[in-house]
Design a protein around this ligand. Structure first.
Ligand code: THG
Length: 367
């Protein structure tokens, strides 16, 4: 294989040295950073997440910070989800849309105080977007990328590890809620969140110079639980039905097509970006929907790097946007972005690397 040429554009994570010491084998790029994608044994990394506890460098989930008297107004302009009841210490999953109602990111919004918010973003440039909207609307708010880097601790034993570090209060944290604290002189925010359905926390490191110190502290606290390194796990997230913005979405995807309708409140004010378009899309009925696809054959497949055509009766009816070998279902499974006319149970054909593979559509999540 080939390597990655370093440059100032490809920013290292504060946990980079630690992940190298762990034996990281591969990276992807995300928000102009490198994110670890494996430590050499994907199946063990998967079972560790399902049965134990795993720690992930997800500092690529950058925090776009909104600070100032109009921070709350800007957050609401950007989010077609009603934030009026969002309180300090609470996080919410939000579907950022452009004026056409197209999904442009799906961050977790964290309200630190009345005049300070973070958007913990997926892989698109929300710094430019939020600044443009703030400026065009004449808002009194600063938009910056904060020196904040999440470290995810995921799996059924994550709570015990996090409680052993921070105390039993973390056991009472509600989903997506967080609290700012400190450990061994390292400033952090601890949240119950993470891109898996196995339960877990994210430690938001608030000092980029202390990445190795935090990594080693979590590693030591996790040793009795056999913690090990991992990364956002493709197999688990597909089994669990978690969306990957930019992977499972294209330049025309709206929230209704990818199961994010529940996070859109159509009665937010008209000045929320995209809300008028979203009302029309909802009224007309979305054209596509996201279902699961279970492929025939019990030979594990490699992750595709592009979408595969899906046909029914010889006609294209959508795309397979990801595909992975499920260790629990012992089948190749993936997300199908297909015509809204299809029903779960429909038999289709996936055109994969020149082969026509029969598949059956189903509701998500798989597990
Ligand atoms: N953690 C943090 N930032 C992030 C992610 C994260 N930024 C990028 C990306 N991940 C954002 N995308 C998601 C997608 C799904 C979820 C979280 C972040 C998620 N969804 C649940 C679900 O769909 O079942 C719950 C949604 C809900 O009920 O509100 O957890 O992982 N810091």
């Amino acid at each position: 294989m080939f390597g990655i040429t370093p440059s100032a554009r490809l920013r290292p994570s504060p946990f980079f040295d630690a992940t190298v010491a762990e034996g990281v084998q591969s990276f992807t790029t995300y928000n102009n950073m490198m994110m670890p994608t494996g430590y050499g044994d994907p199946e063990s990394e998967y079972w560790r997440l399902i049965n134990g506890v795993s720690m992930w460098d997800v500092s690529v989930e950058r925090q776009i910070e909104l600070t100032g008297p109009d921070a709350g107004r800007l957050a609401q302009f950007l989010s077609p989800r009603d934030l009026t009841k969002c309180v300090e210490g609470q996080g919410k999953y939000v579907a950022l849309c452009n004026h056409a109602g197209t999904l442009i990111n799906d961050p977790i919004l964290l309200k630190l105080s009345a005049d300070r918010y973070w958007l913990s973003i997926a892989d698109s440039n929300i710094l430019f977007w939020a600044r443009a909207i703030a400026c065009e609307r004449g808002l009194d708010v600063a938009v910056t990328e904060a020196d904040v880097s999440p470290l995810a601790v995921q799996g059924p034993k994550a709570e015990d590890v996090i409680a052993s570090i921070f105390g039993d209060w973390v056991r009472d944290l509600k989903y997506f809620w967080f609290s700012e604290t400190e450990v061994a002189g390292i400033p952090v925010a601890v949240a119950r969140s993470g891109w898996s359905k196995q339960g877990g926390f994210e430690i938001y490191l608030m000092d980029g110079k202390k990445g190795t110190a935090l990594w080693n502290l979590v590693k030591e606290a996790g040793a009795p639980y056999e913690i090990g390194p991992g990364n956002p796990n493709a197999c688990e997230r597909i089994e669990s039905g978690l969306l990957s913005w930019g992977g499972d979405t294209d330049d025309a995807t709206n929230p209704y097509e990818v199961r994010l309708g529940p996070f859109v409140d159509l009665d937010v004010p008209d000045d929320v970006v995209g809300i008028k378009a979203l009302r029309s899309i909802k009224a007309a009925g979305p054209k596509r929907q996201q279902l699961g696809a279970v492929l025939e054959s019990d030979v594990p497949t490699a992750l595709p790097s592009r979408w595969f055509d899906i046909t029914a009766g010889g006609e294209k009816i959508g795309d397979l946007t990801n595909c992975v070998w499920s260790y629990r279902l012992k089948r190749n499974i993936g997300f199908a972005l297909v015509s809204a006319q299809l029903q779960p149970g429909a038999e289709v054909v996936v055109h994969k690397d020149g082969a026509a593979v029969p598949a059956v559509l189903c509701k998500l999540p798989f597990i």
